[in-house]
Structures are given as C-alpha cells and as structure tokens.
Write a protein of this length. Structure first.
Length: 230
C-alpha cells in the first residue's frame, strides 16, 4: 500500500502524458480525415450535444464565442439557428446507429468571417488511439466536428491561379463550378456565353491534370479548405 501510494503521482503523470499523446495523435488523424490540415478546431460530440473532446483550437473557438459555445453539461451549440438545426439533425441521425453521417457546410460569424464546418459520424471504440479512456465501448456513437476559417474569395482565386496555373477567368469559373453552379448558371452570372464557360472548364481540367469535373471540384475544395497554408 505504501509503495502504491508513492507510485500514484508517477502513475497519474504517466497517464496524463499518454492521454495527451493520444489526443494529439487523434487530432492529427481527425484533421487528415477532414482534409482540413492544421489549425482546425476539432470536437467530438455525442447525440446529446455533449462535448467529449475539444482540441486547443476548439477550446479557443469556444472561448471566443463568435461561432459556437458550450452551456450546462458541456453541451455544444452554434450561435446560428440554422447551423444548430442542421447539426442537431445530424446528431439525431447518427444516434440511430444505422449509418455514419457525413456532411459539410459553410456559415459566417457575426464579424462576417466565413467558416467551413464538416461533420463525420463514428464510434469511439472503433478508433485505435483515442484520448477517451479504455472503458468506452464500440456502441458509443458520436460526431467528429471540424471547423476552420475560410479564405476570402479573392484569395481563393489567387490560390487557384498560383497552384493550378489558371487564368483569372478560369479560376472564377472553377470556383463557381465547385459551389455547385451549372455551366449555364455560371454563364448567366458572369455574362459570358455558355461556349466560353465550357472552354474555361476544359482549360481548367487540362491545367489541373483532372479528367472529370468532380476531380477538379475535389481539388478546388482541398485548396479552399487549406487556404494559404497549402
């Protein structure tokens, strides 16, 4: 008993170090899964909206209070009613356990900053290394929520020009395509012919090394999410 009492502080310290290392490993894995890179605010939230884990960036985001907050019982809430309804619906679907949700959306905070939010369903017990302890079972269903500020439209256009070698017009058209606009809608919005838009899309595909529009959209999404850090 005396030996255990003497070893207890060292054991606690070792457990905390192990928990910290597992937490960092988990956060790195989570950011890679969401393709958001470093600097991403990551939360693990259950169906009751209780926060099981929040990385350092996540804690800063909560403390800042411009986008999300936490109330009694560490329950996460979005300040935007629309975002809150959306996330609550995702949590409800995830809690049923039929499938793992996967959803992405954008919203702006009260200062006009645009943010990218991604939600991915999982079960804590399915992870090899987590900071959540050894006593959790595979049945615990949660949502991995990743939030990152988005670069401005002008910055994104410049990044597409730099990274993919696009012209300004091709970058503008590609961004609108990535936002879900059809070539006809892009032509009407930019006040150019449909033939011009199609040629710009073909040029963007060739310069980016993509065969399909879906590949180009995915590449643009990666550049958009990474912003200036790519």
């Amino acid at each position: 008993m005396q030996l255990c009492a003497r070893l207890a502080p060292s054991i606690r310290q070792s457990l905390e170090i192990n928990r910290a290392i597992c937490g960092l490993t988990f956060e790195k894995w989570a950011a890679e899964q969401h393709m958001l890179g470093t600097g991403t605010a990551i939360f693990v939230v259950d169906a009751a909206m209780t926060i099981h884990h929040g990385c350092r960036e996540g804690q800063h985001l909560l403390a800042n209070g411009t986008l999300v907050g936490s109330g009694l019982g560490r329950r996460l809430h979005f300040h935007s009613e629309e975002a809150q309804r959306r996330f609550t619906a995702l949590a409800r679907v995830q809690s049923k356990g039929d499938l793992n949700v996967l959803n992405s959306w954008r919203l702006a905070d009260q200062h006009g900053q645009s943010w990218v939010c991604r939600a991915m369903g999982m079960r804590l017990g399915d992870l090899d290394e987590t900071p959540f302890g050894p006593f959790l079972t595979k049945s615990i269903s949660v949502i991995l929520l990743a939030i990152k500020p988005e670069a401005s439209l002008a910055t994104l256009q410049l990044r597409l020009q730099e990274v993919l070698g696009l012209s300004q017009a091709e970058a503008e058209t590609s961004l609108m395509l990535a936002d879900g606009r059809t070539p006809a809608e892009i032509a009407a919005s930019r006040q150019v012919s449909l033939h011009t838009v199609r040629n710009q899309i073909k040029a963007a595909l060739a310069k980016s090394g993509c065969r399909r529009q879906s590949e180009l959209v995915r590449k643009i999404e990666q550049i958009r999410l990474h912003g200036l850090s790519l």
